[in-house]
Each structure stands twice: as structure tokens, then as C-alpha cells.
Design a protein around this ligand. Sequence first.
Ligand code: HEM
Length: 511
Amino acid sequence: MFTTMELIHHSWAYYLAAWLATLALILLSLRLRRRELNLPPGPKPWPIIGNLNLIGPLPYRSIHALSEKYGPIMQLKFGSFPVVVGSSVEMAEAFLKTHDALFSYRPKLAAGKYTTFNYSNITWSQYGPYWRQLRKICLMELFTAKRLNSYEYIRVEETMLFLRNLYESSGKPIILKDNLLDLNLEVMSRMVLGKKYTNEIVARHEFKEMADELFILGGVLDIGDMIPWLGFLDLQGYIKRMKVLAKKFDRLFEYELDDHNARRKGVDNYEAKDMMDVLLQLADDPTLEVKLERHSLKAVTQDLLAGGTESSAVTVEWAISELMKKPKLLKKATEELDRVVGKERWVEEKDIVNLPFIDAIVKETMRLHPVSPTLVPRMASEDCKVAGYDIPKGTRVLVNVWTIGRDPALWENPNEFYPQRFLGKSIDVKGRDFELLPFGTGRRICPGMSLGLKVVQSSLANLLHGFSWKLPGNMSNQELNMEETFGLSTPKKFPLEVVAQPRLSFHLYSL
Ligand code: HEM
């Protein structure tokens, strides 16, 4: 006979044994499953950190080096999460064309949660009815060719102002990106909010810092996204920064929404004057498939205002930096402008089709300095096979356009900035040619692509047409630093400082 104490001990031992046996079975089946799966090649992960020890401060450069070793499809582990990287045209096609719907999901990262109103914007919202509706609004309402054309006068007026301001600073060193951000912010603010960027909530310089911060935080590798049980410690301080940033955007958009609502109140058949008006009207529409809540309006406005401001400025800054290194190309560009546009007027958007060298400079800049070197992360929504490898559901996916843009099999002297390579070639940046995907492609392709291209091409063309450029002091072009910093976009680490000198007739700058 057992005593009560013995019975307790026995049943406890029994439960412990049963529990250990179950755990062993689970571990064994996971192991067997993993052995059965044919996962893409990749470095052996460490416990807890996975392969994070191999990822430096510029993750896409580390990923580039690893993909040279492991090939066009490889698997890494960021903490406990598998990350598959596609680094060739074939892999980009597999992820973004053949299996596009399956990989149109986004992983739920901290940036999306904290900085975009709990995944309410277009960029971070999950693939599904809500996201589809936002994309439809972009396609049918916000970025139609008609609407973009109707706003051309805004882009012209703001570009003229920008050029006049540069003229006033001529001879003195300027931070080019700062001026470009001003230009883009004014263009986007007038399109989205219906007015120049003025409000008493967030000063202009502060908004520019916020746009920069949004892009940095959008791309950081936050520990909590990779090792969730460490997330609460916020060891890198990113979550704190995200929350601070979110509060600032929230205050700004609350103010703008109230302001727009006040304008519409009591006016019958109010005619939308800007994109926020269009969004507010859609929010009132009872037939809309998924209701647009106030937080959605704020999140989409943020997508437009910040997305539209930062990416184009970063691209033009890189273009001018590359040209500063190669004065011969600068000369060739101005020769084309003088020949096609002449010295008595500014470049207009319609001139771009006749400026193949300017177009080639933009493409070459986007090849070597894609705004998002590994695009915005995707996620497998189901188990699937790519190139014979198993990609389990939930795997994060990066399409490595940075490496594709430097693939020696596709590009001669891939590391050289050589716009001429595009002359006479039909290859473009609009998602059709998988060797050049600065805007992504497929379902998640950048919805602001047409606008972004217009802004980049016309501001770059006018900068080259209106001014000759030199580096400050006695700095030689060899000394110009070309390092990057990384976030959701990849700007220059040290903003380009340049000196502009007018090269057209005086009266053109006083318009
Ligand atoms: C030079 C300019 C630009 C570049 C290079 C660029 C690039 C990109 C890239 C690479 C993506 C990610 C695509 C993917 O997930 O595969 C993207 C997405 C996006 N871009 Fe742009 N972009 C530019 C301008 C703009 C502008 C002007 C706007 C809006 C005014 C904009 C709004 C967006 C939005 C909302 C998304 C998210 C799309 C989605 O997830 O469905 N972008 N962009």
C-alpha cells in the first residue's frame, strides 16, 4: 500500500515523465520535419541570434556578401525567424511574379505597429481586403493620370520657387537634400493637404526630420522583431523612438483632419480640393467595401506625405553625388539640355521623353542606389516551393534588388556609374524588367511610381540645366564620401554639400 505522500510523488513523477516524453516527441518531429524539408542553402544559425552575427550596420551589404557565397536563393535566420533572400532575376520573378499573391503579405514588424497607426497604412497593412481597398483608392482616385496632370501646375510652381531659392544661395555651400526635401514636401503638401506646408503643430524642419526618422525606423532590425522574448527590453531604444514619432504624426494629422472637416461642414456637394478631401469623402461612403476609419486616413496621409517626400529626394541626391564624381557625365548632361531645351527656358515634364541621357542618369542612379535595396519585407502566407526549395509559411522574404543591380552577368562593369549603358535600350524601371526593380513589381509595386519618377526626373533635369555644380572649398571629387546609412530608404551617410552657380539668363531666376 502507498502512503498519501508516496502517491503524490508517484503521480508527480508520472506527469513529469509524460511531459518530457511529449516535449521530446515534439522536438523530434520538428527535427524530422526540418530534415524532410529541403530548405535553401545558408549559413548555420546560432541558437537565439540565428545569423545576426553576420549582419553589419548596412544589412543589404552583408546580405550581398552572403548571397555571393550561398547563391541566388538562400536562407538566413534573424533571431528565431527564417528569412529567405532572392538575389537573381529568376528569384525576383519567382517571388514577385509567379508566386506574387502568396508573397504579398508583410511580416508584422514593430515599425508597422508603432509608426503606421497599427499597420493601417498601405505599406505595412496586410495583404487582404483592407489593403486592396487602399490600393484601389490610389489607382482610381489619388494617382490617376488625370489627377497627376491636374497637379502639374503645383509641381511647376514649387520647382520654380526651389530653383529661385538655389539661385539666392548661389556661390555658397548648401545641403542639397535639405532643399530637395523642402521642394518635395511643398509639392506633396499642396497635393495632399491642399496648401503649402504651414501649420502650428509641426514646424517644417521638424516634419523633414520626422520623414527621415520614419524611413530610418522603417528599416531597422529591431531585436523584438527577431527575438520576441527580448522585445520588452527595447535594448536598441527603437520602440521608444517609434512611439515618440507616432505621437508627433498623430497630432499633425488630427489637426489636419479637423481642419478639413471644418471646411466641408455644411457645404452641399462639397468638391474635393485635395487628396485628404478625397479620403474624407470616401470615408463617408456607405458602399465602401471596408470602412475607412480615422486612423486609416491618418496612416494613408502619412504614406503619401512622407513617402512622397523622402524617396525622391534621396534619389536626386545620389544622382548629383555620382555626377560630382564624374564631371564628364555632368558636361554630357548639360550639353543634352542645351541642345534640346535651350538656354532660354526651364525644363518641363513633357521634355523628359526627349532627354534620353537624363533618363539614363535616373535609371543608373536607381540601379546603383535603389531606395529600398531589399524592397519592403514580404512574408510567405502558405508553405510553398521556390526553385525546388521549401519555403514554410511565415518565412520572411527579401528580394535583393541591390545585388541584382550589381550582377556582373547582367551589367558590364556593374560597380561603375555609367548611364550610357541604358542609351538605346528599352529597359525601364517600371516593374517590367526584373533586372531593374527600384519600385518593386507585382501587386505591391510602389503606387507613387509615376509621381516619384516625374518629380525625380524634372527636379534633376532642372538642377543640371539651371546650375553648374562644384564641391565646397577645394574638395576634390575623389574626396567626396559616398557611404550610405540604412533604413527603409538608403540615403547618403553624409549629406551632399555643394555649391551652385547659375548658368542660364538672369531673368529666368526671377520668375
Ligand atoms: C523615387 C521615388 C520612389 C521610389 C524609388 C519608391 C520605391 C518604393 C519601393 C521599392 C516600394 C516597395 C515595393 C515592394 O514592397 O515590393 C514602395 C512602396 C510604396 N511606395 Fe514608393 N517609391 C517612390 C516614391 C513614392 C511616392 C512619391 C509615393 C507616394 C506619394 C510612394 C508611396 C509608396 C507606398 C504607399 C508604398 C507601399 C505599397 C504597398 O505596400 O502596397 N512612393 N515604393
